[in-house]
Design a protein around this ligand. Sequence first.
Ligand code: IPD
Length: 277
Amino acid sequence: MTDLWQDAMDHAVSAARGAGQVVREALLEDRMVMVKSSSVDLVTQTDQKVEQLIIQSVKEKFPTHRFIGEESVAAGEPCVLSDEPTWIIDPIDGTTNFVHRFPFVAVSIGFSVNKQVEFGVVYSCLEDKMFTARRGRGSFCNGDPLQVSDQKAIKQSIIATEFGSDRDPEVVDKIFSSLRNILCIPVHGIRSAGTAAINMCLVASGCVEAYYEIGMHVWDLAAASLIVSEAGGVLMDVEGGPFDLMSRRVIAANNRTIAERISGEIQAYAPARDDAA
Ligand code: IPD
């Protein structure tokens, strides 16, 4: 059978590697920080430059493909997941980490067709770890296969989550209430890498049993969602329903039992969807 998307995936890996080099070089220089939706939702010229570099290189090779890019959407481009081949790009996942030189920063490139992710590439550029997955063909880190943890007991688990950039006190109360419930199960620990994509790759690698968050975006999730499921993990909405890429809510876990237990402890809320008009 013709392998329709291997060429695109090879391009994504090389674009992510090139982008990672730009990010590493930018870390050695002064970074001009700008704000987006609030004073804690940060963006730099490097986010914008890297996204344009990736999009330009893809356009040259695949001129009919579409894009959802974090910084293009911030600049007013529509955020539409259609059935067409679509590249879903976060040029720097972990921008706040990047600004502070906290050493977890990823370039995330997902690719969907018929609204289904066909491949995902997450390049953790300071660790030089290239996470990849093709639908139906497994997940890998620097070429080595990934497998989620086989831990069945939530009380012997580490759970990853993030605090996001919403500082509305009601939202913050819900975040802390969920965190308290989960911590007091009790679990072994709670961790935050500062990037949704790397948190999810940690689930795929078996280092943490689960990651949950409300508020991140499709570009943070698309590539890593496939990396988790191809490593044997499950994806779920925070209220236990099916995972929806555009809903800005996710539980990514090593198994359904742990995902369902976490969903029972989360104080859910619904931020505006990524595809809200
Ligand atoms: C953010 C990171 C962070 C998560 C936020 C995301 P960005 O992405 O993934 O960990 O808590 O919800 O928006 O802005 O660094 O690309």
